[in-house]
Design a protein around this ligand. Structure first.
Ligand code: IPT
Length: 920
């Protein structure tokens, strides 16, 4: 059977470039007739024009049938959801038969049927004649329709199998989603050309026709002739394109040519001679309603979002994207690593036995994929590297793919991460390497390969982290430290965050669904939800942090001056603001010369009567509209503290003899029962938080639960009252261990409000880091709003929150929650000096901390948050839960990659902190 065999196709035309031609074409997208069967072994009768399909359903092309009520999506990361027995596939093989009737315009003759993407294998008939079949889901295939086209109505029949031999080559970490998911057309275009345009202005091309670029004075250039033109180079920051036309006997093709040169010199990756550092993201094609049938507007949205968040590069993980996406990258400016549709990760489960990458029976299939990608995408200036695929192990077929590619296109380096020897590639690539390993590579001090020749070759290569900083759930932590390394060592050419978007599918009951939600017997849960933007493309805090870390403009403050460096050619202006305790007291615009680096005098700041804490913030904003953002769009910011302000000390032993007016306590337990008439519970020591994905998948949650941090007991050892101070001594500890925390709470009247001084001393040998160390308390549900002076507006944890600036911020309790698709710890506001909670009945509550504290306010408890599997499990409860944290553990990226850097770990140790509560 063709769908369970090695050949990648039959009856197809040679691959060629994706081009915009004026040759007539018929768009065949739209509603087709559709029938789903549960097996592949079916009669071909449906291909006959006379076949009666009136009882069939209607299905939109392009789309995936499981997202339209036929079967269901399924998610696995590494493992194949079928027995590993290549090239065979299970008998249960969802097979979609499609029929489309189209009218041929009068006078039309000849043409090609072009399929941009069909998952996973399909056979085509036109008017009952079999044209052939193809594989390679994310690659185009063309069939000659000419001999079988008839006047008037034509019947196109397509049979699509979900499982095929090709499925073994397409084991990417994503939903299994069959169907005709990209466009289909009948086109009379047959042109092909390969433009070679270098940064030095040399221009030539291959192809049968004549090339003209009027703007550059190039007219009717013949193939194989090289000319020199005065062209501005193309780059991601300045994506200069020139309109060109390519005229053949049959058609005129319009294309946009970008001049640029990618080289490796002295182990440094360069674009147009300048070192190239990828500030990249891995982009899967995904839409929460449409899967990989991504609407054009959504592609535009992705590109705009990337540009607006200082991203300059994309790895098309792990397959060639829709061709229009690359046009957008050319136009708006993004460096692209174009990746072949190849992943055989599931063979790792069988010690790589039978891996197609190393089996000559698969050579043609693998080469076919590489050729079709390179031929389709060869004219894009944005594409600066070819990637052989992802996680496909090692083997002889990599060499076949690389050799062919190098021959066909020597202008682009070749990338593949899966072979540590780097035998077939031009750049050294790794995924999820720790900071320490990246630094070693940056210094050229990586562990040697056994083969000295290969080692020497690899040592001379630039380094790319094709995946790093796994953006699953809360995080990623450690971004700034990676960027620092990339900017320190010239060998490091940056990298690509894993990954752009959460692949949560819209679901009636769950909001967004992940693996297992469709009843898949084998699945990888929410590992498919690990992006920088939520499924609806709202930026997550991780993307905001990334924007900050990727800033192309930097501010280094010194006494009275700021040094501004800029790496982008945009027109910028530099507004500044002075704030006192978060309130703006003066504003202006800084004059900054246009040079790449300039030391500028800071403005003379006015005297502020009621100073508070003074901060000067300078922002770099676009001074004019650009194609991807309007004037005023913020590119970068920096801030510096310019005045301490006068803060009353919070820590106090109270006033001798004073009573604790406003607070009521349980005399036996010393527990606070009321505060300014408010019904409160707590505050008391808390060490637990709802584990983040990095802890759930990285193992720390298991260790924490084994230790029992989620089931602390609180024993009261003594309650005493002396000199107006109520002292409660307590021991907080989990069962079944001798580890614990001795806690002393000291309540006092501090004139204006009630003071609480906390002293924590660990008992026993604590070896694990703590999730958090702080107080938790609850308030009546009527509270609604929070205003704070600290870092904001978004969340921040010790190793995240670079986007959070010191200022005065406000939000409703609902707005304080970060809607991670899989519920987990979120929403902490960091370095809070004071906060005010208000709303509903009774007084508001002001909380001031010493030192600064982490503030989290929710309508559900930590236990409820930790138990929830979907956001829809979280419901507004009877209480408002307030966490006042002295410290939290970092979040790291251990779901896939290194854990929390030592400096961001929360280690058990003696701690003192205090709060003042006031009614407002
Ligand atoms: C790596 C994969 O390349 C990527 O597709 C994704 O699955 C990522 O992991 C995790 O989300 S492979 C991993 C085994 C390092």
């Amino acid at each position: 059977m063709y769908f369970a065999d090695f050949p990648p196709g039959a009856g197809r035309l040679e691959p060629r470039a994706a081009l915009r031609s004026d040759a007539p074409s018929l768009d065949l997208t739209g509603d087709w007739r559709f029938r789903l069967s549960s097996v592949a072994d079916l009669p071909d009768d449906f291909a006959a024009p006379s076949f009666d399909d009136s009882a069939w359903d209607v299905l939109a092309v392009p789309s995936h049938w499981p997202l339209h009520g036929h079967g269901a999506p399924a998610y696995t990361n590494v493992v194949y959801p079928f027995p590993v027995d290549p090239p065979r596939v299970p008998d249960e093989n969802p097979t979609g038969d499609y029929r489309c009737v189209f009218d041929l315009p009068e006078g039309w003759s000849g043409g090609r049927l072009r399929f941009e993407g069909v998952d996973s294998t399909f056979k085509v008939w036109l008017n009952g004649h079999e044209l052939g079949f193809s594989t390679g889901s994310r690659l185009p295939a063309e069939f000659d329709a000419g001999p079988y086209l008839v006047e008037g109505a034509n019947v196109l029949a397509v049979r699509v199998h979900q499982w095929s031999a090709a499925s073994y080559l397409e084991d990417q970490d994503m939903w299994w989603l069959p169907g005709i998911f990209r466009e289909v057309e009948l086109t009379r275009s047959s042109a092909d050309l390969f433009v070679r345009a270098a940064a030095d202005g040399t221009l030539s091309f291959e192809g049968e026709g004549l090339l003209s670029i009027p703007e550059l004075g190039v007219a009717d250039l013949a193939p194989g002739t090289e000319v020199q033109v005065a062209a501005e180079p193309w780059s991601a920051e300045h994506p200069r394109l020139y309109e060109a036309s390519f005229v053949t006997a049959e058609e005129t093709v319009r294309l946009r040519v970008g001049f640029r040169t990618i080289t490796v010199e002295d182990g440094v990756l360069r674009a147009n001679g300048v070192p190239l550092v990828f500030k990249g993201v891995n982009r899967h094609e995904f839409h929460p309603d449409h899967g990989r049938a991504v609407p054009y507007e959504t592609m535009v949205e992705d590109v705009l979002l990337m540009k607006r968040h200082n991203v300059n590069a994309v790895r098309t993980s792990h397959y060639p994207p829709h061709p229009a996406f690359l046009d957008l990258c050319d136009e708006y400016g993004l460096w692209v690593v174009d990746e072949c549709d190849l992943e055989t990760h599931g063979f790792g489960q069988t010690a790589w036995r039978g891996n197609p990458t190393d089996d000559p029976r698969w050579t043609q299939a693998l080469l076919d994929r590489m050729r079709r990608m390179v031929e389709r995408d060869k004219n894009h200036p944005s594409v600066v590297m070819w990637s052989l695929g992802n996680e496909a192990g090692v083997g002889s077929n990599l060499k076949v793919m690389a050799d062919w590619t190098r021959e066909r296109d020597p202008s682009r380096p070749i990338h593949y991460e899966g072979d540590l020897s780097c035998a077939n590639v031009d750049v050294y690539s790794r995924m999820y390497a720790s900071h320490a390993e990246v630094e070693a590579i940056g210094r050229g001090e990586e562990d040697p390969l056994d083969d000295p020749e290969l080692d020497a070759r690899r040592r001379a290569m630039p380094f790319v982290q094709c995946e790093y900083a796994h953006a699953m759930g809360n995080g990623p932590g450690g971004l700034a430290e990676y960027q620092e390394l990339f900017e320190t060592y010239p060998r490091l050419a940056g990298g690509f965050i894993w990954e752009w978007i959460d692949h949560g599918l819209t679901h009636q009951e769950y909001g967004y669904a992940y693996g297992g939600d469709f009843g898949e017997p084998l699945h990888d849960a929410n590992f498919v939800v690990d992006g920088l933007v939520f499924p609806d493309r709202t930026p997550s805090p991780g993307l905001l942090d990334l924007k900050k870390v990727f800033e192309p403009v930097r501010f280094a403050f010194d006494e009275g001056t700021v040094t501004v460096t800029r790496a982008v050619p945009y027109p910028l202006s530099f507004p500044w603001a002075l704030t006192a305790d978060g309130t703006v007291v003066a504003e202006g615009v800084l004059e900054v010369p246009e040079s790449p680096g300039a030391e500028v005098k800071l403005p003379t700041l006015p005297e502020v009567a009621e100073p508070g804490e003074l901060w000067l913030t300078v922002r770099a904003v676009l001074a004019a509209d650009l194609p991807w953002a309007e004037a005023g769009h913020e590119v970068a910011w920096g801030q510096t503290k310019v005045g301490e302000g006068r803060r009353e000390p919070v820590v106090t032993r109270g006033r001798a003899g004073a009573d604790l007016a406003g607070a009521t306590f349980d005399s036996r337990t010393g527990r606070l029962t009321g505060l300014f008439g408010l019904d409160v519970e707590g505050p008391r020591l808390e060490l637990w938080r709802a584990p983040v994905d990095n802890e759930r998948f990285g193992g720390l949650e298991w260790n924490w639960r084994t230790l029992g941090l989620h089931r602390l007991t609180h024993r009261i050892d003594s309650v005493s009252r002396e000199d107006g101070v109520l002292t409660v001594r307590s021991r907080v500890a989990p069962a079944a261990t001798d580890l614990g925390m001795s806690v002393t709470y000291r309540w006092s009247d501090v004139g204006e409000g009630i003071g609480l001084d906390v002293h924590v001393v660990p008992e026993g040998e604590w070896t694990l880091p703590l999730p958090r160390l702080g107080l938790s308390m609850t308030l009546p549900a009527s509270f609604e709003e929070v205003v704070w002076f600290g870092r904001g507006p978004g969340e921040a944890y010790p190793d995240t929150g670079m986007a959070a600036a010191v200022g005065g911020w406000g939000a409703s309790i609902e707005e304080l929650q970060t809607p991670y698709v899989y519920p987990q710890e979120n929403g902490q506001r960091a370095d809070v000096r004071w906060a005010r909670l208000t709303g509903g009945e009774g007084p508001g509550l002001r909380i001031e901390g010493e030192p600064v504290f982490g503030l989290t306010v929710r309508r559900w408890s930590t236990e409820e948050l930790a138990a929830a599997g979907h956001l829809t499990d979280l419901r507004k409860g009877e209480r408002v839960h307030v966490h006042l944290d002295h410290a939290q553990h970092g979040v790291g990226t251990a779901a896939c990659g290194p854990g929390v850097l030592p400096r961001y770990e929360l280690r058990a140790g003696e701690a003192r902190f205090a709060f003042r509560f006031t009614a407002v």
